[in-house]
Design a protein around this ligand. Structure first.
Ligand code: ADA
Length: 573
């Protein structure tokens, strides 16, 4: 099972994860590959990153993955890929069915089988940098871009009548427990009458005949569950919603909760919350960004142990299995579209903007029913200080809002003093590195204070503010009498200063904190790109600002942060 709950009782689903056939095609041009001539001399794990395996470590190029699909009958089927990095084309029975650019999000390929039997599935996967094919991936980014079929794959039988495309639940009013459920369908035959039923935690709430009168459509119902428990970080209660439409069905898991902002506060169900947590990259030396479940579970355990109620998925949409876990344990998530110091050239390029909006749609689709996802992010540290980039920001933010108005939107700015786009978002988020790239640890309060005071003079003064990145490199095991930069001691002292300034001192002085949240840079160390000059400022070729290293071994800062976060959380209760 690829999720933490069963998605279908009636629709047949086959999990395709395992070991597939593999070929490394190197410099080959994907448009020139003769699919019928391919041979597959090797094997590769799916999900997995081919360039995290010993034979292909650090290699870039075109690859081909192969497996066989078995269709038990003539019917409509759907192949669901949860993430392929970072460009691919999907071939069924020798014919190209789709291309997809950018990693970390789900997409699907439909196929109608004419008879029972086996066919070949070939996926060409390319991890090279190419602004045309993969407009969201650039080598200069500060993380290593692994390639492969990095997240689970499944095959579903849709049948021949009518099937459910999606089911979305929106909490309209948490006090009344009023929820709108929207079921989107595709029909092969219409008009026809079919049965629609909906159960909430196994209790039938709707059973009716509905007319399916178009090839695509929706059914929307407003429901009230007066007895239902709410979802909150402290009590993350989840509910099962099960829809049946004709012979098809879909389960989803929801939390009844509303996220709002009021002045400088972020509210969950009307209650103000301090978000305390980390930025997290999905990365591990042995698995690349295809983190096995063991690591996902371990990361969540450590985040909880650290006293977090918040995690920022930097800088791309997080694995849905991780989101499932966050839903269950009450970790609030900032889920973000790929972006990293994108320039005005990017933000005025229609091809780039289209790819951003495509990924925004996929981000919303995968996040929608996860109560843990409270914030959407975009364009980390990009050109928001340049008026020429503003239309690009408006375009992408507008697209996200149109798809989902129930969450707060933000982006992390690294130029808070002259940012031109903060009025477009709900939450101001500031990345700053006082004590690391600039000045000393002692200057941290003055430098953060100056940025915040500046925001308070702008039209964004009445918005919550998150310190979305701050941190220092600390090499695992490097402790020294001098306690200089790069030691575990320096990193611990810097993070202690930050947390005390933002939350502990206000708490001790009985006045509200200036910040609605903090996501420390960084949870775990990760491999970065090998380009010059970045690699020169990244010891071992890793970003070492994690409080755990790349194998999740705790550094000194781990217990420093842990003690402070627990103290603040206790006080906040
Ligand atoms: C930036 C960026 C991060 C990381 C960090 C650092 O703020 O958003 O992705 O590169 O700097 O470690 O310098």
């Amino acid at each position: 099972m690829q999720r933490r709950f069963r998605q279908h009782d009636f629709r047949q689903v086959w999990d395709l994860d395992g070991i597939w056939d593999f070929a490394f095609l190197g410099d080959a041009d994907p448009d020139q590959v003769e699919i019928a001539q391919l041979t597959f001399p090797e094997r590769m794990a799916v999900p997995g990153c081919f360039d995290a395996t010993p034979a292909y470590a650090g290699k870039r190029g075109l690859t081909a993955y192969h497996t066989q699909l078995f269709f038990p009958d003539a019917s409509h089927y759907r192949l669901v890929f949860s993430g392929i990095n970072h460009w691919c084309s999907v071939w069924l029975d020798g014919v190209k069915r789709t291309e997809h650019n950018s990693g970390y999000t789900r997409f699907a390929v439909d196929y109608t089988s004419q008879r029972a039997g086996e066919i070949d599935l070939i996926v060409l996967v390319d991890n090279r940098f190419d602004p045309q094919r993969s407009p969201l991936h650039y080598e200069y980014f500060d993380w290593y871009h692994y390639g492969g079929i990095t997240r689970p794959v499944r095959l579903e039988r849709l049948g021949d009548e009518v099937w459910i495309e999606s089911m979305r639940a929106v909490t309209e009013d948490y006090l009344d427990r009023r929820v709108t459920v929207t079921i989107e369908y595709t029909a092969q035959h219409y008009p026809q009458w079919v049965e629609l039923s909906l159960a909430f935690d196994s209790q039938a709430v709707i059973t009716e005949k509905v007319q399916v009168d178009a090839p695509y459509g929706i059914f929307q119902r407003e429901l009230v569950f007066p007895e239902a428990a709410l979802w909150s970080p402290e009590q993350p209660v989840l509910h099962d919603l099960h829809a049946r439409l004709g012979s098809d069905d879909l389960h989803t898991r929801i939390g009844i909760r509303q996220v709002q902002s009021a002045g400088q506060d972020i509210l969950i169900n009307g209650e103000s919350i301090h978000l305390l947590g980390f930025n997290r990259h999905e990365a591990h030396p042995q698995f690349g960004n295809a983190l096995p479940e063991q690591i996902q579970v371990g990361d969540v355990q450590q985040l909880l142990d650290l006293g977090c109620n918040f995690v920022r998925g930097s800088h791309y949409p997080q694995d849905e299995r991780f989101l499932d876990l966050c839903d269950e344990v009450g970790l609030c998530v900032w889920n973000e579209i790929i972006g990293w110091q994108n320039t005005v050239e990017h933000l005025t390029n229609p091809h780039f903007l289209e790819a951003q909006k495509q990924q925004a749609a996929e981000l919303v689709e995968m996040s929608f029913n996860h109560p843990s996802v409270i914030l959407y992010g975009l364009l980390n540290e990009s050109a928001s200080n340049d008026p020429a980039a503003r239309p690009g920001y408006e375009d992408i933010i507008g697209a996200i809002r149109k798809l989902d108005h129930t969450r707060l939107i933000t982006y992390a700015t690294h130029h808070p003093m002259d940012d031109q786009c903060l009025d477009l978002v709900d939450v101001v988020s500031i990345n700053a590195y006082p004590g690391w790239y600039l000045g000393s640890i002692e200057e941290i309060p003055a430098r953060i204070g100056a940025a915040k005071s500046h925001i308070d003079l702008t039209s964004s003064r009445d918005k919550p503010c998150i310190i979305s990145e701050i941190g220092a490199e600390g090499i695992y095991g490097w402790r020294d009498w001098n306690e200089t930069r790069w030691t575990e001691q320096y990193q611990a002292r810097l993070l202690e200063t930050v947390i005390r300034y933002l939350f502990v001192e206000p708490m001790e002085n009985n006045h509200p904190s200036n910040a609605a949240g903090l996501s420390i840079w960084l949870f775990s160390d990760f491999r970065t790109s090998e380009g010059l000059p970045r690699i020169l400022s990244r010891g071992r070729g890793f970003n070492n600002k994690g409080v755990v290293d790349e194998y999740r071994r705790p550094k000194q800062a781990y217990s420093t942060v842990r003690n402070l976060f627990h103290e603040i959380r206790k006080n906040d209760q």
